[in-house]
Design a protein around this ligand. Structure first.
Ligand code: DGL
Length: 272
């Protein structure tokens, strides 16, 4: 039994998409989330920059005495998971790409045409392709970066024709030319536009890593004997910029579940 919180982080509000399923599956667990809203998006930045941001955030979460860290960001998971594990050898660190790769390998066959969409850095890393093919070498995988989605989502431009046009700009030719039937949402922001994608491409089967990662979290908590018994209450959501959209999103998703929203910016320590 361990009542310390589970740490989560992302470049912004994308990682929040993992949390409702976690709360349903494991209602005793408490969460400390960090969204780097002041420095989002990560997905078009240099790998060294992303790594430094991830070091700062994981050091901060470790100092908050979390029992585990979930890297709710594909871009970080794709680029520096091994370095983060080496930096925090005593903390279980869960990436988001392996759970999704296992789900694809378990549910797809060589007849499927699997599309993976993500940030530029995630797609350039080839992490999804490598992990899926390691588990199921014969699968057909096609990849496409969609760099405009994250800035639009962080701005709250979702139920909107600008978002629909952007989706079609990236996915019309990609799905058509490659005959895609299965689409992996390789960025934790993308579940927020899942309904737009399903409406525009009703035949696509969608794999959402933000729900797949819950099984890994559960397995890891069980393996290390870290389940909480619900004795402590109150989630904390930190952001490096308390943007209106971030705060509204938290209030919408977590209404009634007892939480605090707090400011934490490594570059502006004295600001409130
Ligand atoms: N949500 C993140 C991911 O899964 C980061 C996106 C970004 O900041 O570009 O990759």
């Amino acid at each position: 039994m361990d009542n310390r919180p589970i740490g989560f982080f992302d470049s912004g509000l994308g990682g929040l998409t993992c949390i409702p399923s976690l709360m349903n599956a494991l209602p005793n667990e408490r969460i400390v989330y960090f969204g780097d809203t002041a420095r989002t998006p990560y997905g078009s930045k240099a790998v060294g920059t992303i790594r430094n941001f991830a070091f700062e955030i994981t050091d901060f979460l470790a100092a908050e005495d979390v029992k585990m860290i979930v890297i709710a960001c594909n871009t970080v998971s794709a680029t520096c998971l091994a370095e983060l594990r080496a930096r925090h050898p005593d903390l279980p660190l869960i990436g988001i790409i392996s759970p999704a790769a296992h789900a694809v390998a378990a549910s797809c066959t060589e007849k499927n045409r699997i599309g993976v969409i993500g940030t530029k850095v995630t797609i350039q890393s080839g992490a999804y392709r490598a992990k899926i093919l390691k588990l199921a070498p014969g699968l057909n995988i096609f990849e496409a970066p969609c760099p405009i989605f994250v800035p639009l989502i962080e701005e709250g431009i979702i139920e909107n024709e600008i978002m629909d046009l952007s989706i079609r700009r990236y996915l019309d030719d990609f799905t058509e030319a490659n005959g895609i039937d299965t689409l992996v949402l390789g960025c934790t922001h993308y579940p927020l536009i899942k309904e737009n994608i399903s409406r525009l491409y009703p035949g696509l089967s969608i794999v959402d890593p933000s729900t797949e990662v819950i099984k890994s979290i559960e397995g890891s908590l069980a393996g290390y004997g870290l389940f909480a018994d619900g004795a402590e209450a109150g989630h904390v959501f930190y952001a490096s910029d308390l943007s209106e959209n971030f705060v509204n999103m938290i209030e919408r998703i977590f209404k009634g579940s007892g939480f605090t929203v707090a400011f934490k910016n490594f570059d502006l320590e004295s600001m409130v």
